[in-house]
Design a protein around this ligand. Sequence first.
Ligand code: SF4
Length: 240
Amino acid sequence: MKVSLRKTSLVDYPGKVAGVLFFPGCNLRCPWCHNRELVVGGEDGLIDIEEALGFISKRKQVLGGVVLSGGEPLLFYGLPQVIRKIKSLGLAVKIDTNGTNPAALEKICSDAETRPDYIALDLKLAPSRYAELLAEVNPQSTPTVSEKLLHGAEFIKSSQIPHEYRTLALPNNFITAKDIEELAPLVDESPWYFRLFRPGNCLDPGWDAMEVPGMEEANALAHKAKELGKKGISPTGGRY
Ligand code: SF4
């Protein structure tokens, strides 16, 4: 298995200096995704997972944690072993997920040795629109991707693992207050960050030419979430 490694980050794990492992592959195809190579590309820039873990191990004195991101890290069958290894170094683990693989999430959370210390859940559009983002559409699929997201979000809420939610303001009002209304029930009082889409290397190159939304668009989404009684709203936050 190969991954991409960010050796040091001050913005990917709240309150910790972290290394970040990016796992290739994703079950979604968000057209604005700026990790095109990770989602559909080859192995350029990737290193063996053992090499990446070796580097993390050498740096364990300066790191507080490791972020497992992607792509979608929960699709990687060897994730439990990776988490065990990181935790055995005394480092905390954060998972960045799209929330649509709840079985894998529940599996790692059910074992103290693989239970993440922090989860960031990306909420992209109204759950009823997630089929628009699927890499492979199978109308017979049960449960549907929307049902999986609802299940994943409900599990995170009840997990007692510290977590946050992240939503992007997208060009051309691709996400609107109506999406926020549908997403709001998935969210508890944990932080919900609203950030701006940024063009460059988008999965759908057509999105690179789109006008970047302004802070007012992010603020409008955040305002809607506040109106709906959500407490942990932030229109800024760190890197997406
Ligand atoms: S934005 Fe995230 S969920 Fe969407 S395609 Fe990219 S890696 Fe997958």
